[in-house]
Ligand binder design. Structure first.
Ligand code: SAJ
Length: 407
């Protein structure tokens, strides 16, 4: 069975490396962080995802998964490194491919004829071609000539919170720079993916992944815009959506405090960057979703008196995960603290506040927050808040951004 080298041991690389290892392949996981490497080699994990600890432990104990800070020769190389954006001085969001470039170049001493190089990171159209160009440039510098390298883009589609289930059960797309590359990639993923694997070219695969997240972003923006319209017109947006969704061809998503995470709030910008004149709806959706936290802050400030104590229920970017990165809830709580309000944060999934709130808010239990706050802002619909009722919040001002508190 071919051996693998997976570069980037984060939310995508680690489950992917581990599942290949548990299917009997020899996998070297590579990460630039020595502490991540040490954690994984001891059979533990540095990120939270249901059952991932069990999978990684099994992979390490089988002897098939090892982690290191440097790549090594393998038959297949998978790049699963971050692809964030940076904001240029004129405000435009530009893809930051520096991690992909560094990973691609780092392979030059190790690749051999016929190796398959797979880009899994969500990437702008044309990135797989760039991976090839970067690696070839590095090979030329080393004076190496390596024949028959195959390149493919095989984007992941797994949902945080259900990653291990979706890793196996979701359909996949393998886009090759050549049909042979796509075919080889399909053979590889078929070793654990029980769903269908579709072959295409790399550019279509790149745009398909971006399109999926842009589709969701636009649909959430529709719901968020409706919530603003309803606030203005004095209509209950939750009731409105519930009723509109009784139409057989209407399926409106749920408004919230904004769109967080490192995928949906990022990926549409890669399309906007590549086709700014055409991607008008996508840009506006991003702007609508990015503006929602400011609307919530304004609502809270209008409801809160000068010395109000505000309980922020939830800090994670979505329900039932511990991930606070790119979280609109954190953004809102931070702005409230900036405004001089006393902020009590309730986040059952973490034991410490994020940097922007350290020393400026208190991390407290739900009971403590409810006892002390005059204003309650529900920011995340965690299961832990599911039992909350209006009766428990009597006498307090309530801003429920998720519509999850019922009678
Ligand atoms: N949200 C709403 N209202 C909704 C649904 C979501 O406000 O009705 C918010 C969430 O609270 C969160 C954000 O949107 O802040 C994104 O959450 P999500 O659950 O929609 O998506 P992610 O970011 O966890 O994962 C997405 C998924 N993409 C799609 O569903 C098209 C996942 O399949 C991808 O693999 C992942 O991005 C990724 O890695 O790209």
């Amino acid at each position: 069975m071919p051996s693998l080298c997976v570069l980037g041991l984060g939310y995508i690389g680690l489950p992917t490396a581990s599942i290949f290892a548990t299917k009997g392949r020899r996998v070297l996981g590579v990460d630039v962080s020595a502490s991540v490497v040490e954690t994984i080699n001891s059979g533990r994990i540095h990120i939270q995802e249901p059952d991932l600890d069990v999978l990684v432990r099994a992979a390490v104990q089988s002897g098939n998964l090892k982690a290191a800070t440097q790549p090594a020769p393998a038959d297949v190389f998978i790049l699963a490194v971050p692809t964030p954006f940076h904001v240029s001085p004129d405000g435009a969001r530009k893809p930051d491919l520096s991690f992909v470039e560094a990973a691609a170049r780092s392979l030059a001493p190790f690749v051999a004829a016929g190796n398959l190089i797979i880009l899994e990171s969500t990437s702008p159209v044309g990135t797989t071609e760039k991976v090839k160009a970067w690696l070839e440039a590095e090979l030329a510098k080393l004076g190496r000539k390596v024949d028959g390298l195959l390149y493919a883009h095989c984007p992941e589609r797994i949902l945080p919170g259900q990653m291990l289930k979706e890793l196996v059960a979701n359909d996949r797309i393998c886009g090759g720079l050549t049909p042979a590359a796509a075919e080889q990639a399909r053979g590889l993923y078929a070793s654990f993916c029980t769903a269908q694997i579709f072959l295409t070219d790399a550019r279509t695969a790149e745009l398909a992944k971006l399109t999926e997240n842009a589709f969701r972003d636009v649909n959430i923006a529709f719901a968020n815009e409706l919530s603003l319209i309803c606030d203005k017109l004095g209509v209950d947006v939750w009731e409105l959506i519930r009723l509109a969704n009784r139409h057989p061809r209407v399926k409106i998503l749920q408004p919230g405090p904004g769109v967080g995470g490192h995928c949906i709030a990022v990926d549409p910008w890669f399309i906007v960057d590549a086709a700014p004149a055409e991607a008008r709806l996508l840009r506006t959706a991003r702007e609508v979703n990015d503006s929602k936290p400011h609307h919530v802050v304004a609502q809270v400030r209008a409801a809160a008196g000068k010395d109000a104590v505000v309980a922020c229920l939830g800090l994670a970017f979505k329900a039932n995960v511990d991930d606070l990165r790119e979280s609109p809830a954190v953004e809102i709580a931070t702005h409230l603290a900036d405004a001089g309000l006393k902020v009590l944060a309730v986040e059952p999934h973490v034991t410490a506040l994020p940097k922007s709130l350290q020393g400026r808010a208190e991390l407290v239990s739900l009971a403590d927050a409810l006892a002390r706050a005059s204003v309650v802002v529900l920011l995340v619909d965690h299961r832990a808040f599911a039992g909350l009722t209006f009766a428990q919040l009597q006498g307090k001002k309530l801003i429920d951004t998720r519509g999850s508190i019922r009678g």
